[in-house]
Structure formats: structure tokens, C-alpha cells
Design a protein around this ligand. Sequence first.
Ligand SMILES: CC(C)(COP(=O)(O)OP(=O)(O)OC[C@H]1O[C@@H](n2cnc3c(N)ncnc32)[C@H](O)[C@@H]1OP(=O)(O)O)[C@@H](O)C(=O)NCCC(=O)NCCS
Length: 164
Amino acid sequence: MAILRPEQPGDEPEIAAIHVAAFEDASEAELVARLRMSEVWVPELSLVVQQEEQLVAHALLSQVVAGESEALVLGPIAILPDHQRGGLGTALVRMGLERARALKYECVIAIGPGDFLAACGFRPARGRGLTIEMDVPDANFCVAELAPMGVTPGPVLFPQEWSE
Ligand SMILES: CC(C)(COP(=O)(O)OP(=O)(O)OC[C@H]1O[C@@H](n2cnc3c(N)ncnc32)[C@H](O)[C@@H]1OP(=O)(O)O)[C@@H](O)C(=O)NCCC(=O)NCCS
């Protein structure tokens, strides 16, 4: 049985291992560690999927500047390779969006596979007046609106933790 829950103290090494396995690289695990130490970290929005005693998926939403909105950014997100394409990623993101809405955030930015983000309820962000200083196709730069008028035009600016 899969349990979706917020990260708890002691989960950190297993979360890092999920990102290393999914991305075949430590950079996303290191990004999670930097964000965990930063002011943009929202403890309730670092979410894991637990199956039996094992963590198999992790998704993070943290604060970001996006126009004038109370905004979050989704990522990194990773599912262990042998658990991918089974619906866990979509379920985890949808839970993240519900929790973010309950915390009164107005929108969530994401950069990633367009088909996956569309399946999670995201839509292209440039069509909503958001801009980004990154060479990313329209379909891969997305936003999920959590409140009426929740998306406001303007630049998306990532905190320095994303570029270290
Ligand atoms: C991308 C990822 C998070 C998706 O999670 P998942 O649990 O495998 O995805 P789901 O089973 O919920 O997928 C739902 C739908 O999203 C789409 N989708 C999933 N992964 C996709 C990918 N890598 N590229 C494009 N579309 C994808 C598909 O339409 C899929 O439906 P289908 O399986 O019926 O075709 C996961 O595969 C992963 O960890 N990949 C490696 C790390 C990564 O790329 N992270 C960045 C994502 S923003």
C-alpha cells in the first residue's frame, strides 16, 4: 500500500537516493539539500510516497517569485526508476497542489515534461503573461492556478539556491 505524506526527520538520505537514482546524478539531491536549509522551504510541501518501509518517490514545492502572486515552484520531483509510469508522480503532485491551495498559495510554477505536467493540471505559463530567463519551450514552462486570478503577469525569479 502506498502512503503519501510529508517528509519526516530521518527521511533525508532516502530522499537523496531517490533523486540520484532517477536523475543518475547527484545535482538534484544537492538542490533539495540546499533548499531544505533555505528560507523558501515549506516543510509541509516536501512530500514522499512510502511503500512498506521504503520511500519510492519525492516531490518538493518551495517558494519562488512569479509576478505578484504568492507562488511556489514544483521540483525537483523524482520517482524510483522501477516505480515510474504507475501514477505515483501524478498522485504526488496533485496532493502537493491541494496542500498548497490549503496554505493559501495562489499558483505553482513548473519546468519539466509537458505531457506529465499537463496530466497534473498544469498549463503553459507564457500564455498567462509569465516570463523566464531560460531557453525552455512553451510546453515545458507551466503554471497551475490555485485561486481565482491566482496567476499574475511578470517574471519568474528563482532564489540563488537553484543556481549554486
Ligand atoms: C517524470 C516523473 C516524475 C513522472 O512520474 P511518474 O510516476 O513516472 O508519472 P505518472 O505515471 O504519474 O505519469 C502520468 C502521465 O504523465 C506523462 N509522463 C510521465 N512521465 C513522463 C515523461 N518522462 N515524459 C513525458 N511524459 C511523461 C504520461 O502521459 C503519463 O501517462 P502514461 O503513463 O499513461 O503515458 C518520473 O517519471 C521521474 O521521476 N522521472 C525522472 C526524473 C524527472 O525527469 N523528473 C522531472 C519531472 S518534472
